[in-house]
Design a protein around this ligand. Structure first.
Ligand SMILES: Cc1cc2nc3c(=O)[nH]c(=O)nc-3n(C[C@H](O)[C@H](O)[C@H](O)COP(=O)(O)O)c2cc1C
Length: 158
């Protein structure tokens, strides 16, 4: 019998609050920096931004994920970094994105049918189960949206 040995992968999802107002130039610079570093470090994932708040999913080897999370926590462009979920995964969900980004619809528009507003829910919730569900919904929302609208590679553009 052959055993397929796979490198363990880790995914982390967190939310945070931008310290200064983040406009398109700041976001663009952040994405360029993150994508170049993630390419080097074998990291993939996606970033959402709304109302000066970030939601990010990162995935890669546990070492690479822990290292980038240390750097991200120390970054003074944002504060209030809350890890919503951290789990082992067998395969990447964002393998085509060194850091995918798609603009969010207007604040009051629901992200998914039946979901009031997952991005607000994920930020405001003290309930870990609700926050995890909202985080997973955001990941799903991103993949549906990025595939449907722009095509995978194009979705990287700001
Ligand atoms: C919201 C947010 C998301 C970030 N995402 C990443 C990322 O995916 N990968 C990365 O290497 N750096 C990311 N950074 C930047 C890091 O915090 C840090 O500035 C960068 O890794 C350079 O660190 P260094 O100056 O210690 O080398 C992010 C920063 C912020 C504020």
């Amino acid at each position: 019998m052959t055993t397929l040995q796979q490198d363990p992968l880790l995914t982390v999802m967190y939310s945070s609050t931008a310290v200064a107002t983040f406009g398109e130039p700041e976001l663009s610079a952040l994405l360029a920096q993150a994508r170049a570093a993630n390419e080097r470090n074998g990291l993939t994932g996606m970033l959402l931004f709304r109302d000066n708040r970030f939601f990010q999913t990162l995935e890669g080897t546990p070492d690479a994920v822990h290292e980038v999370m240390d750097r991200i926590r120390a970054d003074d462009r944002h504060t209030d970094v809350h890890v919503l979920n951290q789990e082992s995964i067998v395969e990447r969900r964002f393998s085509d994105w060194t850091m995918g980004y798609v603009p969010l619809p207007a604040p009051r528009e629901p992200l998914l049918p039946g979901v009031r507003n997952a991005f607000t829910d994920v930020q405001g919730s003290d309930d870990a189960v609700a926050a995890l569900r909202a985080a997973r919904e955001l990941n799903l929302w991103f993949r549906v949206r990025a595939n449907r609208t722009a095509g995978r590679r194009a979705a990287q553009a700001l």
